[in-house]
Each structure stands twice: as structure tokens, then as C-alpha cells.
Design a protein around this ligand. Structure first.
Ligand code: ADP
Ligand code: MG
Length: 226
């Protein structure tokens, strides 16, 4: 599913140059659940953004489903992303002046499906995420755990086969974090490939493999003991 080889990412401003990813190799098989760990600033979010085609690397090769995607223009990246990759972020990233159902409907706007089918898909995923009773509410009226469930609903409404979650439990208490992990695990069991950044040993215990990153490179990889 994912084959990254020698990926570099350097952020340059007039005065400083930050090497965020240093010739990193990162591979994920279809259907795998991979957890990424590492200290703050080691390049985890940079890696996730490139994985999710939100940004391009400076060098190296990235094959997503056997297609080279490391040098796509922004418009082509968007085309590759829509309906195929779902994102979940630490700070939920919901749009405050849209209701819950409008937030979840957003990814469907880009796909050519009918209004009635969109309505059905949104209602279905909100029920599944146990948040249908808040469909007409605005994000600020919800708790953190509820907001993250809406964000997961938005990420999965178009049935992507890859979910990228950057510290999805980072802003949640233990109970809500546990619930988010149960939802991600359920999606994984249904065949979705999941790549998740976390600092929590509990979260890692759900993954097939954990990859430790330091200074923009993979330093340790461990498979789950079965
Ligand atoms: P992590 O998610 O592991 O905490 P990041 O991937 O966000 O780390 O950042 C890696 C390094 O790249 C950090 O030193 C960070 O300051 C730098 N960085 C990230 N994004 C940018 C950016 N847009 N411009 C400049 N530097 C950045
Ligand atoms: Mg980060």
C-alpha cells in the first residue's frame, strides 16, 4: 500500500534550515495497523502529511498503491486524496460554523454522488460513531470525545481504504481515548489500513507494528507479539 524510500523533507526559512525527515524509509502493507512513536519534533507529523498527500517531500520516492506520488502538483494530490484517504487529527480540525452533519458531509461534496445518497451515508456514519443525536449541533457544543467521533465520521464517510491519524487520542481523557481506539480498531478489522501517531502505550497495543522515529529517521521497528 505504502512504499516510501529515502524521503527527505527540509524546511527552509531565510535564517534556518530544519531537516524534518532524513532519508526515511517507511513501508506499510495493505490492511496493516501501524503505530508511530517518537519525541516531539522528530518528524512524525511531517511524515503523516506527506503520507496523506498534504505536502510533497523534497526528495526520495513515495509509491502509494504502486503509483509514484512524490512529485504531484497540489491539484493532483487533492484528486488522489479525496475519497481515498481519511484524516484524523489531535485537535479534531472541525469547521466551527458548520453543524456536525455538514462537517461530515464535506468530503462527499467532491465525489459525484446524489444528494440523497450523501444524506444516507452521513446519517449512517453518525449512527455508527454514536453521535447521531448531535447531528444539528455545532462542534463547540460538543465534548472533546464527541468532536473526535465526528472527525472520525468525516474521515470514514467516503469509505477510504487508508486512515491516517496524527495523535488522535492526544487531547482526550482515558475513556474517550479508549473509545476512539475501539473505533479505529473496528475499521482496521474491516480491512482499512491504519497509520497512527501516538505517545500512549495503550494505543500502541492495538497496532500490528510500532515504528519509532528519531531525528527524521526510523530507529526501531517492533511487531506485535502474538
Ligand atoms: P512531530 O510531529 O514529530 O512533533 P513535526 O513533523 O511537526 O514533528 O516537525 C519536525 C520538525 O520540522 C520540527 O523541528 C518542526 O519545528 C519542523 N517543522 C515542521 N513543520 C514546519 C514548517 N511548516 N516550517 C518550518 N519548520 C517546520
Ligand atoms: Mg506532530
Amino acid at each position: 500500500m505504502i512504499k516510501m524510500n529515502s524521503i527527505d523533507k527540509i524546511f527552509r526559512t531565510e535564517e534556518i534550515e530544519t531537516v524534518a525527515l532524513n532519508s526515511i524509509d517507511f513501508h506499510v502493507a495493505k490492511g496493516e495497523f501501524v503505530a508511530i512513536m517518537g519525541p516531539s519534533g522528530c518528524g512524525k507529523s511531517t511524515l503523516m502529511n506527506i503520507l496523506g498527500l498534504l505536502d510533497n517531500p523534497c526528495g526520495g520516492s513515495y509509491q502509494l498503491k504502486s503509483q509514484e506520488v512524490s512529485k504531484l502538483k497540489e491539484r493532483e494530490r487533492t484528486k488522489h486524496r479525496i475519497g481515498k484517504i481519511g484524516f484524523v487529527f489531535q485537535n479534531f480540525n472541525l469547521i466551527d460554523d458548520l453543524t456536525v452533519e455538514e462537517n461530515v458531509d464535506l468530503p462527499l461534496e467532491y465525489l459525484s454522488i446524489s444528494r440523497s445518497e450523501r444524506k444516507r451515508l452521513v446519517a449512517e456514519v453518525l449512527t455508527r460513531m454514536n453521535i447521531a443525536h448531535r447531528a444539528k449541533h455545532f462542534p463547540k457544543q460538543l465534548s472533546g470525545g464527541q468532536q473526535q467521533r465526528v472527525a472520525i465520521a468525516r474521515a470514514v464517510v467516503s469509505s477510504p481504504d487508508l486512515i491516517l491519524a496524527d495523535e488522535p487520542t492526544g487531547n482526550l481523557d482515558s475513556k474517550n481515548g479508549q473509545e476512539v481506539m475501539s473505533l479505529l480498531t473496528e475499521l482496521h478489522k474491516e480491512g482499512t489500513t491504519v497509520v497512527m501517531v501516538t505517545h500512549s502505550d495503550r494505543d500502541v497495543s492495538y497496532a500490528d507494528r510500532v515504528v519509532h522515529i528519531l531525528d527524521g529517521k526510523v530507529v526501531v521497528e517492533k511487531f506485535k507479539e502474538v
